[in-house]
Design a protein around this ligand. Structure first.
Ligand code: ADP
Ligand code: GLC
Length: 481
């Protein structure tokens, strides 16, 4: 089976969040098992500047919205089977960030990602590749299944599409003119197609025209059928319920393992935790936190309302009063960046906040903290808690989506579990969960047991990669009749 994974981000090339980890790691897992799979992504400036790439010599020309756009196809290596292809189009992708800056999204994201979705199909044609399945990811590739069925059906008669929802909170909703700019006919502008309350919705296209749909945890697959989680697309999903699946993300343990992470000050594992104490000490020094014996909580997050940043900000002073210290790393909406900078400013020596996207500092936080906070309002899967578990840092999180599926709430009587879960999206519920965690903190033997239980969980890609292969087979079955 030939698989092409179309994605706006993938490690090691570009990452703004978990989507990048997931597509990159899924590809590595397939390749480990000699499965014929490649990635295709936009050639952002940062990729061009940091990687040695090869021209395939193939170019494409796409006419959309009265203009023509040229793209060059590049590859990660010079072989006939590169692990990644890239679509170069300076006008759309020659920018410092993939989607926008803290001030907001780029205003031309609609034509940028319409172009990318079409370019994936045009690139296949130019390179004479007929994938059995094109695996689309999030709204940036939402139009691809529509283009495939509407514009390119002949070439891709036997190509199936799987659309993965990584986050239904981001749908790619644009004014109706985006339809014309995308080169899509007016006949798609009605509620049964991609019209959405007078606008057009790229993710809706992915949900309607792909052969199969999945999301990234079993609980989120159920949640998005409900109004509170579906962001207006719950009706569309309910209609396609039979084609909707949940595949829990994994993490790549070649990348995320304190036993051989070069970015942390000391290595450690479940058999020998000494290195973790050294990581903790170094993190306290680096962040200027002054209470060495107080429980150390970490946050590594995109700053958006989804992540419960308000809860952290609202509860912070009180948590500091309970004796905890807090290390925060994040980047995102300017409002949250300012809010947390203020919290740190008035709690010097207790709360450290760094605004930025810093892979190595993130690793030192996962390794150096005692607990990891993820009070998300919703969480399709979440990788932060999976990484934290592997690094022996006990998660404290809201019981939603993949957090509910991956953390076993600590039971004080049985002394079993891997973290602490709470239900209400309120600062008070967060505080109560933190208090439960503090009770564990003071009993060293019990705490070690919870850490070890978490470190020994298996969230590798082996099982989910197998589930994706099953979904690809199923999707192929739909197009072959
Ligand atoms: P999401 O994709 O919603 O942002 P996930 O928990 O699935 O959340 O994945 C987040 C990924 O991005 C993790 O690998 C996390 O370590 C990383 N990450 C998030 N924010 C930062 C940051 N400011 N600096 C470095 N890494 C970050
Ligand atoms: C999204 C979700 C996150 C998930 C990630 C990868 O960004 O917010 O929960 O882990 O995608 O699937």
């Amino acid at each position: 089976m030939r698989i092409l994974i179309a994605t706006p981000e993938a490690v090691p090339y570009v990452k703004t969040g978990g989507l990048g980890d997931v597509t990159g790691a899924l590809l590595s897992e397939f390749r480990k098992h000699d499965i014929d799979a490649s990635l295709i992504l936009p050639l952002y400036r940062t990729i061009r500047d940091s990687f040695t790439l090869y021209r395939t010599g193939r170019s494409i020309l796409i006419r959309m919205g009265g203009a023509s756009f040229r793209g060059e196809i590049w590859a990660s290596d010079g072989s006939s089977d590169p692990q990644a292809y890239f679509v170069e189009c300076e006008e759309f992708f020659g920018r410092p960030e993939p989607y926008g800056t803290p001030a907001g999204d780029y205003p031309d994201n609609a034509p940028r990602f319409s172009f990318f979705s079409r370019a994936v199909l045009e690139a296949c044609i130019a390179m004479e590749i007929r994938p059995d399945v094109i695996h689309c990811n999030d709204w940036q590739t939402g139009l691809l299944p529509l283009y495939l069925k509407d514009h390119y059906r002949d070439f891709f008669r036997k190509t199936a599409t799987l659309f993965t929802i990584h986050n239904i909170g981001y749908q790619g909703i644009f004014p109706p003119a985006a339809l014309w700019a995308a080169g899509i006919g007016r006949n798609y502008f009605h509620p049964e197609a991609i019209e959405f309350y007078g606008k057009i919705n790229f993710m809706k296209a992915g949900l309607l025209y792909s052969d199969l749909i999945n999301t990234v945890s079993a609980t989120y697959a159920k949640e998005i059928l409900r109004k509170e989680f579906g962001f207006g697309l719950e009706g569309v999903l309910r209609r396609r319920k039979a084609d909707l699946h949940g595949v829990m993300n994994g993490i790549d343990y070649d990348e995320w393992d304190p036993a051989h992470d070069a970015a942390i000050p000391a290595r450690y594992g479940a058999d020998d935790l000494k290195g973790k104490a050294a990581c903790r000490k170094a993190l306290l020094k680096e962040t200027g936190l002054t209470r060495p014996n107080s429980p150390l909580f970490g946050v590594v997050s995109r700053f958006s309302s989804q992540k419960g940043i308000d809860l952290i900000a609202d509860a912070a002073d009180e948590l500091v009063g309970l004796g905890i210290s807090l290390v925060i790393l994040g980047k995102g909406e300017a409002y949250y960046q300012n809010l947390l900078t203020e919290v740190a400013g008035r709690n010097e020596g207790r709360v450290f906040a760094k605004i930025g996207f810093e892979e190595e500092l993130a690793r030192r936080i996962y390794a150096g903290c005692d607990f990891f906070l993820m009070p998300s309002s919703y969480e399709p899967c979440g990788l932060g808690q999976l990484i934290a578990l592997k690094y022996g840092t006990i998660p404290v999180a809201r019981r939603t989506g993949g957090l509910a599926d991956s953390i076993r709430d600590y039971d004080h009587l049985a002394a079993r579990g891997t973290g602490f879960l709470f239900d209400d999206f309120t600062p008070a519920a967060l505080r109560d969960a933190v208090k439960r965690a503090l009770c564990l903190f003071i009993v060293e033997r019990r705490r070690a047991r919870v850490m070890l239980e978490g470190m020994r969980e298996d969230f590798s890609w082996q099982k989910p990669a197998g589930e994706y292969l099953e979904l690809y087979e199923k999707a192929c079955g739909k197009v072959s009749g």
